[in-house]
Write a protein that binds this ligand. Sequence first.
Ligand SMILES: [Ca+2]
Ligand SMILES: [Ca+2]
Length: 636
Amino acid sequence: MHNYFVRRALILALVLPGLLAGCSAPAPAQNDAPSETRTLITSVGDLPRFDYQVGTSSMTTVTDDVAFRSLATRVASDRIELLRTHRFSDEEQTRRWYRSIALLYDQIPDHESAARYRALANDKAPAHNLGSIASFVEAELNTGGGKRGDPQYDERFAREFKAKLREVPFHAIREDLVTWRGLADVPNEDGIRAAAESITDPKLKASNGVASDSVVAEIVNWRQAYRSLYWLPLVGPIAADILDQNALLEREGDLWTPRQIVLDATMPGTEVRIGVWDTGVDPDVLGGAMWLNREERSNGIDDDGNGFIDDLHGIALTSLGTRRPGTVRPVGTLARPYDELLGMVIAEADLLRGVENSGTLAFKQLLQSLSVDERAVFDQERAKIAGFIHGTHVASIAVAGNPFARIVAAAYGYPDETEDTRPPSLESVIVEAESSKAVIRYFREQGVRVVTMSWITSAQLLEAEMERHGVGGSAEERSSLARAWFAEHRSRLEAAIREAPEILFICGAGNFSDDVDFAEYIPAGLQLPNLVTVGAVDALDRPASFTSSGKGVWLYANGSNIEGLVPGGQTAVFSGTSGAVPQVANLAAKLLAISPALKPEDILRALRETGVTVVDLPEARSINPKKAVAHVRRAK
Ligand SMILES: [Ca+2]
Ligand SMILES: [Ca+2]
């Protein structure tokens, strides 16, 4: 798949929750070997890599019970062996590891083994997502005999499933219920096949059928999705029923909106430049909120001699550093009209948040009508449009309610058909890092004070891209090569941010419900006085189900159902840490408009002191814009 998510992942949550996510829950584990003799694992890079011969078609393994059992059993025994010889520095990782083993057995299905490893993860109850609950119910029914598809079994399954859902606290499954009420009839086998063939199979072809752990994880995801086709149709009516009965609870209230503040244009204030380091910003949509380079004209010439042609509102660079005029990168040729695809991206997000309208109906109808090949193209083009609109959405959030904010855009790494398909190399990684430095240099030259970065990257993402291109030898060799190459990127980015102490860099934790330090994400995992990593909460200050976290992640903002503008001027509502990051940038810019002398450390201190405690995370703070602005006004 042509995929610009690879080296830099945008952190917009558009993945079907539950289908592509594992389980989640808490507590410690034991092991036979004394911990001192086991090798310590502190990050994903320390994990030994394994290879599995599976053939070049992932769906063959997914749909064949015998083939899947054979693969899953081998993977599970490698993981069990790893726990005997290694130990994780943090208990939560041990639990995740046990959970991943349980998940493998779930999908065989071998419910007895799954229950054993779930118990080792100390997950006594089924985790609070519908997929795990379905596995749990299946395991319980298994003892009574019967088979999927047998009407009596199906009826019992639906009854037990409903009963089990009622045992789980409503708030814990509310999001899943809303999603699956809207999406229950959307997934189909062709859709899974299209994704497997376009995402996983190219990697298998590049390696002659040898799968790494990350490719195995994809196969397990497709298997999970494939097996969920059985229970998904049952969920729609059950979810609707439970949601109806909890209608009062569902109108949960909103602690977020009353905390927002709009700066009055007639009050004194200083212009503040916000760097939007993203996929590009449509200046026509942002209008007067765009910074304007008065030394530059639109004439194909670099009038001000700064190395960028026609940089009226900012710059654009390809993944390999080639400079392009303007602040948006063209989306290129599409099989469907842009407007239709944009409508479908918005419809998908609407379905995820439980909204039904003519757009969502059209989206569902279209999905049912596509062949496997058409579906693959449709999915790729939708992902491309989601990437294309990302930067404008982020920018509109960053300037909302602030007449003093001006955007300096850096469109970065947006796909260039010819450049993006090149195999990664040490040279390409260095070029990428050097262009990151060029972006930061540009921001400094334009007097940018705040930078919003709703993206992450990591050695593991580079490793996956190397695998897709057949670069780097065996899984073990590729892993160490990826780490060595990626270190060149990390050190350059870190140094460039450190060397711009007057700028506050705000980045996102990611939407992978994982640990930013263990996963070694950058910029999220960087520890610098002028950088902060933002997690997502909902409007009630609860951590969003998708948000990644970590020891250094203490600052949160709302990332659930965030409204913003997209190219063309339409409004769209998306969820993700991508939406939380620009809200912090928005507030930081408001504080600077009032008090331009504030340093990044002063801003972070104000956000911490005025923030609201995040539910279940006593050390973490969600921003309170009204209070922070009042605090800075008082201190002036
Ligand atoms: Ca120029
Ligand atoms: Ca020019």
